[in-house]
Design a protein around this ligand. Structure first.
Ligand code: G3P
Ligand code: CA
Length: 252
């Protein structure tokens, strides 16, 4: 099928809110998601990892130390222990009482209030752990509004085996010699490189587009960078400042 994530020439960049509106509110919380939605972001980006008892939670780091009032590896904490943590006070007092959302809670919020999710499977996952993520997406009836991305090739392979209907993006810190080949091998809808690596080698965009693969760059927060990405034909931009990118798009 044609790739709906490809940006027609002259149309605005797709705005993807990195961990929600994470410059304005505590990352990966429902309030960061709400601010991003109100600011006009097209997609919310998150990071998903399981609790000790196998519940997919929305958290970036391998530990809860930086973004909550607790300590420890997320994989060593039960869902009940994670739910008891304050995920807002570290950012600003006004966000005291924010919780680490489960993936199910985040998707339910998007389903009822509107919005799409760029779901990052963070770190290595077993096939059973990926199956749990797929089950949550299906239970929440959000298959048509979720895009899965990961640095982990195995996680993308498992997702394709379990749910070939979900669009897939490969995150890369440095560029592959032949991005089209890996896109074909992994059934990618998007190739999602570090934005600075991409700006150093913009000639990879055209062959990806010719192969029907979109390009989404991360994590770019200034108008000068957005302009350079727009000029080289990037489709979507993952940013900590989604409402500013929405404004830049409309002035463009
Ligand atoms: O969406 C891409 C970006 O989020 C990858 O880096 O560390 O923020 O998950 P990180
Ligand atoms: Ca991420």
């Amino acid at each position: 099928p044609p790739n709906g994530f490809l940006r027609p020439e002259g149309s605005p960049l797709t705005v993807i809110a990195h961990r929600g509106a994470s410059a304005a509110a505590p990352e990966n919380t429902l309030v960061a998601q709400e601010i991003a939605r109100k600011g006009g972001a097209d997609w919310i980006e998150n990071d998903v990892q399981p609790s000790k008892d196998g519940i997919p939670f929305v958290l970036h780091d391998g530990t809860v130390d930086r973004t909550t009032d607790g300590t420890g590896n997320i994989r060593d904490l039960t869902a009940a222990q994670i739910k008891a943590l304050d995920a807002g006070s570290w950012f600003a007092p006004q966000y005291a009482g924010e919780r680490v959302p489960t993936l199910a809670e985040q998707l339910a919020d998007l389903r009822t209030r509107g919005g799409n999710l760029l779901l990052e499977i963070k770190g290595r996952h077993t096939k059973d752990e990926v199956a749990k993520i797929v089950q949550v997406i299906r239970d929440q009836q959000m298959t048509g509004r979720v895009f899965v991305q990961s640095f982990e090739v195995d996680a993308l392979r498992y997702t394709y085996e379990l749910a070939p209907e979900l669009p897939l993006g490969l995150l890369r810190s440095s560029l592959d010699a032949d991005p089209v080949a890996i896109a074909r091998e992994l059934h990618l809808t998007a190739y999602n490189p570090d934005g600075n690596a991409l700006l150093a080698k913009p000639e990879i965009v055209a062959p990806l587009h010719a192969a029907g693969v979109a390009v989404m760059a991360w994590t770019m927060d200034s108008a000068s960078l957005w302009q350079r990405l727009e000029r080289i034909g990037v489709d979507g931009v993952i940013t900590n400042r989604p409402s500013e990118l929405v404004g830049w798009n409309s002035a463009f």
